[in-house]
Design a protein around this ligand. Structure first.
Ligand SMILES: [Zn+2]
Length: 305
């Protein structure tokens, strides 16, 4: 009885939630479904990250799977509202919860999932299991949500012809995560960058290796990029400025905190003495900048030894 009730409840939820999400056309082949600038909650169904919809003459490629199966079903409805062509591939920017919890919906549809090989470490980690447990308990995702493995793991730059589109999938980690991937669509001068580009806000640096991160941004800047789609926030038609802004911020952290670590200045002292005026006005400065600086200080200190 309870089981039947649960099934009924899930069915009702899934039907109620499968409204298409709004999509914005960015270029001849690409639409953006943009998540909210918020923390994940029951109300927003963990809709805090973006997904890219690439529609070619023969099929549809998605970039990222959104943060819950309910959202993924809505994403499927969005695609149906734009085209009658089938979804053939999902390419993952990285294995973070808000980008992958929708995967099981695509798996059931027989869509091919592509991710970077280093995503397997996260998939099999205790961190991933604990995060999923917490998300289930908080009601961010519905019961039955589970992690899904990719069908194809790549570890080098890969050309893909999918849906009639020519794509280049390129590893850009370790940066935000070890398994970061970006997708370059030359026909549209557009790059889907995942979480290695942050637009108009302070990036979340975490434990990232910022030197690799800078090198990855330089790799993207080698392409004639006009449009950049970040993992969070609006797309940019001023791609080079946004790529450089993230790059320069990381370089500034390394320069200032590197000097402090080298001179054995205490972090508190160095942080207070640093001129942050270029970044103070950006959203999330208060929440993220101090932590980013501290992580960079520790990183630079470890390299001094
Ligand atoms: Zn993210």
């Amino acid at each position: 009885m309870l089981r039947r009730l649960t099934v009924l409840l899930l069915l009702t939820c899934s039907l109620a939630n499968a409204e298409p999400l709004p999509a914005e056309k960015l270029s001849p082949h690409v639409w953006l479904v943009q998540g909210e600038s918020a923390l994940g909650s029951r109300e927003n169904r963990n809709f805090i990250s973006n997904a890219g919809i690439l529609i070619g003459p023969e099929g549809v490629v998605l970039f990222d799977a959104l943060g819950s199966p309910a959202l993924a079903r809505s994403l499927v409805e969005t695609v149906k509202s734009l085209t009658d062509k089938p979804i053939t591939h999902v390419i993952l920017s990285h294995y973070h919860a808000d980008h992958v919890y929708g995967l099981q919906v695509f798996k059931e549809l027989g869509v091919k999932i592509i991710a970077h090989a280093d995503g397997r470490d996260y998939l099999n980690s205790e961190t991933a299991a604990l995060r999923l447990k917490a998300s289930l308990e908080a009601g961010l995702v519905e019961p039955g949500t589970h992690l899904v493995s990719a069908d194809e793991w790549i570890d080098r730059e890969t050309r893909l012809r999918a849906g009639g589109l020519d794509l280049i999938i390129t590893p850009v980690g370790p940066a935000h995560t070890p398994e970061d991937l970006a997708v370059w669509l030359p026909s549209d001068s557009l790059v889907l960058a995942g979480d290695i580009v942050f637009r108009g806000r302070i990036p979340y640096v975490g434990q990232a290796d910022s030197l690799h991160w800078i090198a990855s941004l330089d790799r993207l800047l080698e392409w004639p990029v006009k449009i950049v789609v970040p993992g969070h926030g609006p797309a940019s038609t001023n791609a080079r400025v946004d790529l450089l802004q993230t790059r320069d911020y990381l370089a500034y952290l390394r320069a200032t905190m590197g000097r402090a670590a080298h001179d054995m200045t205490l972090f508190e002292e160095a942080y207070a003495a640093t001129d942050w005026s270029r970044y103070e006005q950006l959203p999330l400065f208060k929440i993220a900048n101090r932590m980013n600086a501290y992580n960079t200080y520790l990183l630079m200190e470890s390299q001094e030894k």
